[in-house]
Design a protein around this ligand. Structure first.
Ligand SMILES: Cc1ncc(COP(=O)(O)O)c(C=O)c1O
Length: 417
């Protein structure tokens, strides 16, 4: 596969310029024979190699024992850290493997120390799990949560952020790609402001990693959280945390065990010096291996090529749906990703989802409560979310548009839900 130069997520808004072996991508994804899967922002279809690596590992555990299997595969398990580090421009000792993005995010967030009156600056489209944690900490320690206004494109505004900075700002924490639509926040510009003022920057990159190039140095983030099952196409129950090396030792995890810390004397323990201080002892090693295989698989395709194809397919979805009279596409932002959110006049999202599912097309529903502030500001009701990935093809997209058109004009029956 030929790759072009730039790694910027903003570089590929136009035509498809990279060749992409879509036949190979589909040949290597067994699920495409069964479903048209547009729920990649929920949990993507695994490539066969990810599936097979887990089955092989489970088999090994069944045959030789769990501890023995982990010992035999120790090298491959260690390499998962290297693969993730490579993917995001970090070092292996800056990565912790945990069970999902929320645990990754929480382990770092709850390790930060706040005084009454300290300010956390966040985004309007912040994810619910993060925002309730801000509220939790605000209730406990008197922290103030301030929301950075959007610019006219609906993106978290770096200039507005600059204006909000004072000595009480102790954290800038935003979602890179919100769960409820196409928006890609200008995460690197936000990072530049944070870095200029020496304020820790926590980035929820859960929906970004795997669909676009993500480089922690280019983004200027100190902490980043991500999940395995979405755009990385890894197994469910996997996630990872990145913490910049210079910050690790100042962060005391909210929970520790004898893996994250050595018990060195009856009254003393010593925390690990690497990011694995945010892990604990017992883990599902088969899932970890599967995550590593998924990361290597994504890297093999190339994140520039993946990003360009995802944007091209999403553009086709938006244009097609946008051409249907009674359908509204709700995506905002100048750079738009693989998540397309829409509604059909007079047909509930549940009915749309069920009618599509009856034709083996998977979509999901984005509830206002998952991004409450954004939903309130834009008066959003529950929306249908169709999220594309590179292994989807143009025929699948056209089928989606055709069926939604029929749902919209009443020629495809919808069930009462
Ligand atoms: C933006 C965003 N952040 C965080 C999460 C939480 O990820 P996980 O379910 O892996 O904890 C999600 C999940 O949908 C998400 O969309």
């Amino acid at each position: 596969m030929q790759l072009s130069a730039g790694r910027s997520p903003h570089a590929h808004e136009g035509a498809l310029t990279l060749s992409f072996d879509i036949d190979r991508a589909r040949r290597e994804t067994r699920g495409v024979a069964d479903v048209v899967h547009f729920n990649n922002a929920g949990s993507s279809l695994m490539p066969d190699t990810v599936y097979e690596s887990q089955v092989r590992y489970l088999d090994l555990e069944a045959h030789i024992g769990g501890y023995e299997a982990a010992a035999r595969e120790a090298g491959a398990l260690q390499q998962v850290y290297g693969s993730i580090a490579n993917l995001i421009g970090a070092a292996p000792d800056e990565i912790a493997l945990v069970e999902n993005a929320t645990v990754a995010w929480d382990m770092a967030f709850y390790a930060l120390k706040f005084e009454p009156g300290d300010r956390i600056l966040t985004a309007q489209a912040e994810y619910a799990a993060n925002y309730v944690a801000y509220l939790h900490v605000a209730g406990r320690s008197g922290v103030v949560i301030d929301v950075i206004p959007n610019n006219e494109h609906g993106e978290t505004c770096p200039d507005a952020l600059e204006e909000m900075i004072d000595e009480r700002v102790k954290l800038i924490s935003i979602t890179h790609v919100p769960t409820n639509g196409g928006l890609v926040n200008p995460a690197a510009k936000i990072g530049a402001v944070a870095n200029r003022h020496g304020i820790p920057y926590l980035l929820d990159a859960c929906q970004a990693v795997g669909q676009m190039p993500v480089d922690v140095k280019e983004l200027g983030c100190d902490i980043l959280s991500a999940t395995g099952r979405k755009y990385l196409r890894g197994p469910r129950g996997t996630g990872f945390l990145y913490v910049r090396r210079g910050l690790i030792e100042s962060l005391h995890p909210p929970m520790i065990d004898h893996f994250s810390a050595d018990w060195t004397a009856p009254d003393r323990y010593e925390l690990r010096k690497d990011a694995r201080r945010f892990e604990n002892w017992e883990n599902n090693y088969g899932l970890r291996l599967g995550l590593g295989v998924a990361v290597d698989y994504a890297a093999d395709w190339g994140l520039d090529a993946i990003w360009e194809r995802v944007q091209a397919l999403a553009t086709r979805v938006r244009r097609g749906l946008g051409g249907i009279e009674t359908v509204t596409v709700h995506d905002i932002g100048r750079v738009q990703c693989g998540i397309v959110s829409f509604s059909v006049d007079g047909v509930s999202p549940e009915q749309v989802k069920a009618a599509l599912a009856a034709r083996k097309i998977n979509v999901s529903i984005s509830d206002p409560s998952s991004t409450l502030l954004d939903s309130m500001a834009r008066s959003l009701t529950p929306l249908v979310r169709a999220s594309v990935h590179y292994y989807n093809d143009e025929q699948e997209v056209d089928r989606l548009i055709d069926v939604v058109g029929k749902i919209a004009d009443g020629s495809a029956p919808v069930v009462q839900t």
